[in-house]
Design a protein around this ligand. Structure first.
Ligand SMILES: NC(=O)c1ccc[n+]([C@@H]2O[C@H](COP(=O)([O-])OP(=O)(O)OC[C@H]3O[C@@H](n4cnc5c(N)ncnc54)[C@H](OP(=O)(O)O)[C@@H]3O)[C@@H](O)[C@H]2O)c1
Length: 227
């Protein structure tokens, strides 16, 4: 039975991905900041572990706790836009004090997870590490604003390219994935996709990911995105 570890699995895309993998018979390690506050996860057949991804010591502690567990797929899903109190991120409104927290969560944490869990992934059958980034990290989009979030996802894309090079010898395939614009707390109810469509697509892209495609940026529907 393959195993998947998903960060930020208590709601949104992370929760739906955990639900789908568990329904498919995967061993699911669902991490979240506050396991006691997420009743929904408790109702799934998953192993729940507490993890704030910005607590790098806690990442290492969890990796040690799971050291005998092979992890076929590591999904860095946890992310923040920057808080509902700073939704605009326009040239004039961008909050400088909150920017580092966005980088910690969206960019540095996926790297810290990859480094802590590289042995677990290398010891598995499938050997895949993916990060849910965003089209808002793409230079090709050419939009203004979105300073904190966009830069954090662009940098996360760059992290995934470096990981694809550095982990190739260990047979690990890495990719950055855009989940679409999804109706979650972050995506808002105006978004185009529901979580089921997004997670179903992401799981298909992950299933199709091979070493020869490592270092790519994929849309949830499998098409490649421009950086
Ligand atoms: N929805 C979209 O349209 C969209 C588009 C592009 C990319 N994305 C990306 O997709 C991923 C999932 O987003 P979503 O739409 O499902 O958002 P969401 O509903 O807001 O869920 C975000 C998840 O990340 C967790 N999280 C945030 N900071 C964390 C931390 N420090 N440690 C651990 N968990 C943390 C949250 O946990 P708490 O409940 O504890 O806050 C929550 O489980 C994110 O990386 C996001 O940037 C989403």
């Amino acid at each position: 039975m393959p195993a998947v570890l998903i960060t930020g699995a208590n709601r949104g895309i992370g929760f739906e991905s955990a639900r789908q993998y568990a329904a498919d018979g995967w061993e699911v390690i669902a991490t979240c900041r506050n396991p006691y506050a997420c009743k929904d996860l408790g109702e799934l057949k998953v192993r729940v572990e507490q993890l704030d991804v910005t607590n790098f010591g806690a990442i290492d502690t969890l990796a040690k706790k799971l050291e005998r567990t092979a992890i076929d797929v590591l999904i860095n899903n946890a992310g923040i836009f920057g808080g509902h109190d700073m939704p605009d991120q326009t040239f004039s409104a961008q909050d400088l004090d909150r920017w580092p927290e966005v980088l910690m969560t969206n960019t540095i944490a996926p790297f810290a997870m990859a480094r802590a869990f590289v042995g677990h992934v290398a010891g598995s059958e499938q050997k895949k590490i993916v990060t849910i980034t965003s089209q808002l990290g793409s230079m090709a989009l050419g939009n203004g604003g979105c300073y904190a979030y966009g830069s954090s996802k662009a940098a996360a894309n760059r992290v995934m390219v470096s990981l694809s090079v550095d982990l190739k010898d260990r047979g690990i395939a890495c990719a950055a994935l855009h989940p679409g614009w999804v109706r979650t707390d972050m995506g808002t109810e105006r978004a185009e996709l529901d979580v089921t469509e997004s997670a179903t697509g992401l799981r298909r892209v992950i299933a199709d990911l091979i070493l020869a495609k490592s270092g790519c940026f994929f849309n949830y529907d499998g098409s490649e995105r421009a950086w």
